[in-house]
Write a protein that binds this ligand. Structure first.
Ligand code: PRP
Ligand code: URA
Length: 208
């Protein structure tokens, strides 16, 4: 069974066109990615566990539902992951946030793992791993490997754009981790960039 969930919505189409266009400036790119993270996050967090709570409205007592404790953990694959996690944290302000630094080597296209900071109790939390781009899949697979090694058993991966090559590699390595994406593009080029894609997400977010 495929773990790929393609989120479809007219607003995703509209915002994706803004993100893809080469002449969209960084401030608009960042803001649109933030808005996109709300739409993807809404779908990607549909599985979060809740528990019953008793509360009193201004009119009467009732049983409502709230997220379980400890709250979920958002994990950003640096640096472009921060462009998604900022908006995800607005949806879920109770979350803790972990960071995994992965930079793709330009020649081998394999990720170089340069930083890790995860909550000590991450194994007790539902985890939402985020990176805008799933290209060869090397970075996402390495990040999910790290989460597994830290004891994480309940995880989803949210990305903006995925290539078929990256989806296949991620599904083979982590078949139990659903991939939530806003688009499945055609293929990778010789330099490992997604086609038609949007270019280098980190460079477009941070104007580098
Ligand atoms: C980009 C992107 C992913 C990775 C995807 O990051 O944000 O992390 O490439 O490619 P892959 O699926 O082939 O691994 P990059 O390594 O350029 O680092 P950055 O976020 O610091 O720009
Ligand atoms: N990383 C990016 O930022 N963009 C791509 O197209 C591939 C990897």
């Amino acid at each position: 069974m495929s773990s790929l969930h393609l989120v479809t919505h007219p607003l995703i189409d509209h915002k994706m066109a803004i993100l893809r266009a080469v002449d969209t400036p960084s401030p608009q790119f960042r803001q649109t990615l933030r808005e996109m993270s709300w739409l993807l996050g809404f779908a990607g967090m549909a599985h979060l566990k809740t528990r019953p709570v008793s509360l009193t409205t201004p009119l009467e007592q009732m049983q409502a539902r709230q997220l379980t404790d400890p709250a979920p953990c958002l994990v950003s694959i640096l640096r472009a992951g921060n462009g998604l996690v900022q908006g995800l944290l607005e949806l879920l302000p109770e979350a803790s946030v972990g960071h995994l630094g992965m930079a793709r080597d330009h020649d081998s296209l394999e990720p170089v793992d340069y930083y890790s900071n995860l909550p000590a109790d991450i194994s007790e939390r539902q985890v939402i791993l985020a990176d805008p781009m799933l290209a060869t899949g090397g970075s996402a697979v390495a990040a999910a490997d790290r989460l597994r090694a830290a004891g994480v058993s309940d995880c989803v991966f949210i990305c903006l754009l995925a290539a078929p090559e990256g989806v296949a590699r991620f599904e083979a390595a982590h078949p139990d981790i659903p991939i939530i994406t806003g688009a499945l593009d055609r293929q990778l080029n010789d330099q490992g960039y997604i086609l038609p894609g949007l270019g280098d997400a980190g460079d477009r977010i941070y104007a580098t």
